[in-house]
Design a protein around this ligand. Structure first.
Ligand SMILES: [Zn+2]
Length: 372
């Protein structure tokens, strides 16, 4: 039992032609809702759109099973990064599918959406025995997983998940991902004329520079990094700046290590602000929380068996990026992130191939129809 390559490429091409930048997934949401409904799934859109300021909610679908197996969740995100307006999939003679060059392709993550839809289509059309399947198409994943973060996980039946959202050859899966802590340090100094009375001012940028010079930065150890990404402040060359805002992040495969580095960052801002007599407003946001799925867990074993059946080499990796799987893990669902036929993501050189798209669709079909 295999998926239909022509139909799959056609589906992917249709999806790419629908604009769905983060927070503007309405059209895409309507499209996948109608596809899932036509396939006979129970379909629900949640309130994520209103909750996060977008125009579309997360789309949930349920297909009852006809073999005795626990339900499995398949997850992919509907939004794409910019530039994403007017996307078009162009299939080359070499079997490579690219954008026209002025936008991303959106294979991140529409190749995952297409694979899930095609696998469901085969199951329904050919009446293939399958376990209960839950589908979750999320919104605003590219904005630190804002959509999945507000999904009501208590409504899910599954406690195992496959998230399609990873680069690399199909057969690759991530079982470990980092905590990402985003920080914003706002230093409040005092303005003064830089020529007449600099001594009357409190230099917010100098205080920020002091903190940044002394804080941890770059690669801390094999699994931990710290970065300052932006710094803004000051009004004019002749004014002692009264405000400086520094934004950055800490990332680690160990949540404790991330928290420790974030504390060190905070301590340097506190020290520097206090030394300068400035005020400080320090905010820390958990953008994602680390997880590790044991490789002997059934969710990993089932994936391995499906890859073996397709003759795909299996590779379990640690990823240094967050995904919806971080949010699932926080909600008690054990999952892995599957490579789903996307390359050079977040760039206009993004591409996929007919061969890889077919592989991920076949793999999803096998997982949905697996007996255990
Ligand atoms: Zn993605």
């Amino acid at each position: 039992m295999m998926t239909n390559q022509v139909r799959l490429i056609d589906e992917f091409t249709k999806l790419v032609a629908i604009d769905s930048p983060s927070f503007h997934e309405r059209q895409m949401g309507d499209y996948v809702k109608s596809r899932l409904t036509d396939l006979g799934l129970l379909v629900i859109e949640d309130a994520a759109g209103e909750l996060i300021g977008g125009d579309c909610g997360n789309i949930y679908g349920f297909l009852n099973g006809n073999i005795d197996r626990k339900p499995l969740l398949f997850c992919a995100h509907l939004d794409t990064v910019e530039p994403a307006r007017g996307k078009q999939a162009v299939l080359g003679g070499d079997g490579v599918i690219r954008s026209k060059g002025n936008t991303v392709l959106g294979a991140d993550d529409l190749s995952g959406v297409a694979a899930i839809l095609e696998a469901l289509t085969v199951i329904v059309e050919k009446n293939v025995p399958h376990g209960p399947v839950e589908v979750l198409f999320t919104v605003a994943e590219e904005a630190y997983c804002k959509g999945s973060a507000v999904f009501e996980f208590a409504k899910l039946a599954s406690d195992e998940a496959y998230v399609l959202d990873l680069q690399g050859p199909v057969g690759t899966a991530a079982y470990m991902a980092p905590s990402i802590l985003a920080f914003t340090a706002a230093i409040k100094g005092k303005a003064a004329h830089a020529g007449f009375a600099p001594q009357k001012g409190i230099h917010a940028i100098a205080a920020a520079a002091d903190a940044i010079a002394m804080m941890p930065m770059g690669r801390i150890d094999e699994e931990t990094t710290v970065n300052v990404g932006t710094i803004t402040g000051g009004l004019a060359s002749n004014i002692v700046p009264d405000r400086c805002v520094v934004k950055g992040e800490v990332r680690s495969l160990s949540h404790d290590k991330a928290a420790k580095q974030a504390a060190l960052v905070r301590r340097q801002f506190e020290r520097a602000a206090s030394a300068a007599g400035a005020g400080l407003d320090f905010e820390l946001m958990t953008a994602s929380e680390a997880y590790e799925t044991p490789l002997d867990h059934p969710v990993a074993r089932r994936f391995e068996a499906a890859c073996n059946a397709l003759g795909l080499p299996v590779s379990f990796i640690k990823t240094f990026g967050g995904s919806d799987n971080n949010v699932l893990a926080q909600n008690g669902i054990t999952g892995i992130v599957l490579a789903n036929a996307m390359r050079n993501i977040h760039s206009c050189e993004e591409f996929t191939t007919v061969e890889e798209l077919s592989r991920i669709a076949d793999l999803i079909l096998l997982l949905m129809t697996a007996e255990r």
